[in-house]
Design a protein around this ligand. Sequence first.
Ligand SMILES: Nc1ncnc2c1ncn2[C@@H]1O[C@H](COP(=O)(O)OP(=O)(O)OP(=O)(O)O)[C@@H](O)[C@H]1O
Ligand code: SF4
Ligand SMILES: [Mg+2]
Length: 366
Amino acid sequence: MSATMPTAAPVLAVDGLVKHFPVTRGLIRRKVIGMVRAVEGVSFDIARGETLALVGESGCGKSTTGRLVLRLMDPTAGSVRFKGSEIADLDKQSLRQLRRRMQIIFQDPYASLNPRMTVGEILIEPMAVHGLHTEAERAERARELLAVVGLLPEHARRYPHQFSGGQRQRIGIARALAVNPDLIVCDEPVSALDVSIQAQIVNLLQNLQRQFGLSYLFIAHDLAVVKHISDRVAVMYLGKLVEIASKRDLYDRPLHPYTQALLSAIPRPDPRVRKTRMLLAGDVPSPFAPPPGCRFNTRCPFAQDRCRREEPLLREAGNGHRVACHFYETIPAPVIAAADGPAAGKFAERLAAFEAAKQARTSLSY
Ligand SMILES: Nc1ncnc2c1ncn2[C@@H]1O[C@H](COP(=O)(O)OP(=O)(O)OP(=O)(O)O)[C@@H](O)[C@H]1O
Ligand code: SF4
Ligand SMILES: [Mg+2]
């Protein structure tokens, strides 16, 4: 079985997920003047014990996808199956049960921790809400959870403001673990932290995953952050997945120009490795009025007429690696290679060949 295909029945199966937010005008008689197309037909699976990273620039729909998975909002269309059950079909009681199995960790732990509750109370609350354990057991489990995330039992008596950012994120993780979840949506859990603390939290999440068989949907806007934690990576642009692959395939052989641009923005510590920087021109277009055809065409250095007319579908490119680009087979691969390796220096050559081919195609079409 390929590394990109879940080996067992997936814990989570998302299919054709869509979320449109109405945009209104007028203070009293609010009139809907259009829709923000935040999520436009997103599909993916996550297996037990697997981490799928969801990466893309700000506003591309990552958090909305995470919230739809947890049913914190209703989708416009599409299906979310958790352990085989369609969550839209669940009654209130079953949805409450499910909420226990799926948890979320937020980017800003301070904003998500009640400042008037002690850490012990914060950890006990979700257990009480779901009717887990006796009162004494809950207090004991809260102390255990603190140890699991690298804090001390006496921290249970303190308040959130008495902790550093990294420690607060540990509390957020302990709170998510309190109810024994199967899946945790980690919505940019390290983005607000210093780089050294980021590594500690990522390591903690990996250790907990091994210990408890957790599955993660790990949201980030940067491919550098997810390199160590992900098994597979899904790249999102303006509400759509543009590429999904195993970590290895995605970092070694990025096929979509947007993924290539995101990867080329990561600084490389090894000076013997050189790469071509691919800068993205312009801002992300508005999801209120996404460009026709390929949504990336306004910023893609390889865009052609067809890209402005026809939307590329996510296609299989081998080994479970899927990409949504009409021309991925012919666009030049970026050079990410040892300076004296065989790929070095080939990029300019391939780009020139591509430009020539493009010219030939353009002149044929007139
Ligand atoms: N409740 C809402 N009402 C209206 N529009 C919304 C709502 N929530 C999100 N949006 C819009 O949907 C789009 C996607 O937002 P989302 O928060 O999912 O992006 P994101 O990828 O998580 O961005 P970031 O990296 O900044 O967190 C944005 O244009 C956002 O303004
Ligand atoms: S379909 Fe066209 S615009 Fe879109 S990524 Fe591919 S080459 Fe670029
Ligand atoms: Mg977000």
